[in-house]
Design a protein around this ligand. Structure first.
Ligand SMILES: CC(C)(COP(=O)(O)OP(=O)(O)OC[C@H]1O[C@@H](n2cnc3c(N)ncnc32)[C@H](O)[C@@H]1OP(=O)(O)O)[C@@H](O)C(=O)NCCC(=O)NCCS
Length: 183
């Protein structure tokens, strides 16, 4: 699905939130790899499950053509600094759901980019057939959890000792869901 682009000016930074286009594939492949190296809040160590530019082209094409998917990017001066995806499913029994994921380059944290990508995604879901948005978040990612709660996500459960981070310790993954007024 494609949505119309929106411009923002926050704390002196101007950026655009818009649907991903096939021309973004190269940048997306590069920043995904970089962000994986900047935080342990995501699932991958840098280089793991790498998606190259043709891989992103395919994902963008699928998301553009599918009403249950939404792929958004945040761009500063035409340079992509973050992105989010809502991924629906073709399975009928789960057709009301989409899984949300988001990542932003560290230099661009705190400018409301996460909030605005999420806001656009929630608005898209509420305007269509997606009545439940789900997501998984590391239990120590307080900033993300607070943001999700502000948009109506609730904690559905916790997957205990779900991952092992670089300190050798086990960490839980919180499962969150947002139900819109229709269910
Ligand atoms: C989590 C992430 C998406 C947030 O994006 P962001 O653009 O930095 O966030 P925003 O600037 O929109 O801030 C959103 C809210 O986060 C919360 N927040 C920000 N800093 C915070 C902090 N230090 N502690 C607690 N909450 C904080 C606030 O509620 C803030 O809202 P406010 O602007 O009203 O204060 C971003 O930091 C990121 O990509 N992190 C790495 C990847 C990741 O963790 N993805 C989520 C995996 S589930």
């Amino acid at each position: 699905m494609i949505i119309s682009s929106q411009k923002f000016h926050v704390n002196g930074l101007s950026y655009t939130v818009r649907s991903a286009m096939e021309q973004d594939a190269e940048d997306l492949s590069e920043i995904r790899l970089r962000i994986d190296g900047e935080t342990e809040h995501l699932d991958r160590e840098p280089g793991e499950a790498f998606i190259d530019a043709p891989g992103f082209k395919q994902i963008i094409k699928t998301d553009t053509e599918n009403d249950r998917n939404l792929f958004l990017v945040a761009a500063v001066d035409d340079r992509i600094v973050g992105f989010s995806r809502c991924e629906g499913t073709l399975l009928k029994r789960f057709s009301h759901k989409a899984e949300f994921g988001i990542c932003i380059l560290k230099d661009y944290w705190g400018y409301g980019i996460g909030r605005n990508l999420l806001k656009a995604s929630v608005a898209w879901a509420d305007s269509g057939d997606i009545t439940k948005i789900t997501l998984h978040v590391l239990e120590t990612n307080v900033k993300a959890i607070e943001l999700y709660k502000q948009f109506g996500f609730e904690i559905e459960g916790i997957l205990k000792k779900d991952r092992i981070l670089s300190d050798g310790q086990y960490y839980g993954t919180i499962v969150m869901g947002r139900f819109n007024g229709k269910i």
